[in-house]
Design a protein around this ligand. Structure first.
Ligand SMILES: Cc1ncc(COP(=O)(O)O)c(C=O)c1O
Length: 397
């Protein structure tokens, strides 16, 4: 123990033992900070929070958060990355940083619903103009003079239509409209949002709910916002600081720990999904099975074009025939033993959720059968066991 003349109550408010500069461990040490101590007044006056590696205050960043931000930027093929406490807060940061009163924003019909709800709120509060387009039809987008931002989701939420990502970006660029992709499904693995074709076509912003595959545990919430353009990054960083957005060092450390296994897990989720998909397609209870790899799926050709190795997340939806009413759908969900009833995806446990299609869409649903929709989020269990679970639950109807 170091000798000291300090009183115990003083002693415990100082770090007793400082780590040497470098200790070789597999995982980096975890920094938790609200206060960051400046060496002296020169260090205080020279720092600036808009510098990428500024250490000023916990909300701006620590070596732990900067490590994850760098890794996510690498994963997505971007140059800059900001972290937010959830995927939804990352989405909201983009909306609130970029949209001013009277601006027009476009969203696909199959967008993650809370993003739609946030933009609806901005519409009511600040007069932001909200327009909805059909993700597989670029012609359904007609930018007005005040168009500022268009959201893309590939594949879209719940019904999983795959958008014409390249067509949408080209049209947006021609009208100087910023493109923001919710890249949670592709996770930076199925395709590169910042290098989509041989002309290196790129989105302006990629938002990722790290809650899903990067975390992989079903236990941590976090989001990221990636960009290549430095001015855009600074604009987002400014709002990030103004809103006091920050993430816990411990949560970040969990994701730093999960990242090395992410591509293996993603591949396994996908393999399991393909096996279960083959089973679902053969079931007579369903009017339609929804997955971008199916040749009759809306946007299948766009998926094939972008996801060159046939990659994709572990999500598949089915539409039950109309004879299965709400009671029967609930009975089915309750009868499942391995699939648990819950939102989110990307964790080890398979999940199920049911939706009323009719309440969800504004654009044409002619490509979708009538009936209750059930979404399966395929986890890391044995696909044979998962198929048996669906089989036994269907048998009870
Ligand atoms: C496509 C998509 N984007 C964003 C989110 C939001 O992520 P979070 O749960 O971290 O807020 C979700 C959550 O389900 C999602 O499915």
């Amino acid at each position: 123990m170091p000798k000291t003349s300090l009183q115990k109550q003083t002693l415990f408010s100082q770090p007793i033992r400082q780590a040497p500069q470098y200790i070789p461990t597999v995982q980096a040490p975890v920094y938790r900070a609200s206060t960051i101590i400046f060496k002296n007044t020169d260090a205080l006056t020279q720092r600036h929070w808009t510098d990428d590696y500024d250490y000023s205050y916990g909300t701006h960043g620590t070596p732990t958060t900067y490590t994850l931000a760098d890794q996510i930027a690498l994963l997505e093929g971007a140059d800059h990355c900001l972290l937010a406490p959830s995927g939804l807060s990352a989405i909201n940061l983009v909306n609130s940083a970029l949209l001013d009163s009277g601006d027009e924003v476009w969203i696909p019909d199959n967008i993650y619903d809370p993003n739609h709800a946030h933009l609806n709120a901005l519409n009511k509060k600040y007069g932001i103009i909200l327009k909805v387009y059909t993700p597989t039809d670029v012609d359904s987008i007609e930018f007005g003079d005040k168009a500022k931002l268009i959201w893309i989701e590939a594949a879209g939420s719940v019904t999983l239509e795959f958008p014409d990502v390249i067509g949408i970006i080209k049209k947006a660029q021609a009208h100087q409209v910023l493109t923001a992709l919710d890249n949670t499904w592709g996770a930076g693995l199925a395709f590169c949002a910042f290098d989509l074709d041989d002309q290196h076509l790129a989105v302006d912003i990629s938002v990722h709910a790290l809650t899903k595959y990067p975390s992989g545990g079903g236990d941590i919430l976090m989001g990221s916002i990636c960009t290549k353009n430095r001015t855009l990054h600074q604009q987002l960083l400014h709002m990030h600081a103004l809103q006091g957005i920050s993430v816990s060092g411990d949560d970040v450390a969990q994701i730093n720990r999960s990242l090395p296994s992410m591509s293996l897990r993603y591949q396994q989720h996908q393999n399991n999904t393909q096996m279960i998909l083959t089973y679902l397609v053969a079931c007579t209870e369903f009017a339609q099975v929804l997955h971008p790899s199916l040749s009759n799926h809306a946007g299948h050709a766009y998926w094939q074009h972008i996801c060159k190795d046939g990659q994709g997340a572990g999500l598949v939806s089915v539409i039950f025939k109309t004879e299965y009413d709400l009671k029967k759908i609930q009975q089915f969900c309750n009868a499942l033993k391995l699939f648990r009833l819950g939102f989110s995806w990307g964790g080890p446990t398979s999940l199920v959720m049911y939706y009323n299609l009719k309440e969800m869409r504004q654009c044409s649903t002619a490509h979708l059968a009538d009936g209750w929709l059930v979404r399966f989020c395929i986890g890391l269990e044995s696909p044979e066991d998962l198929i048996e679970d669906i089989q036994q639950a269907l048998a009870q109807l």
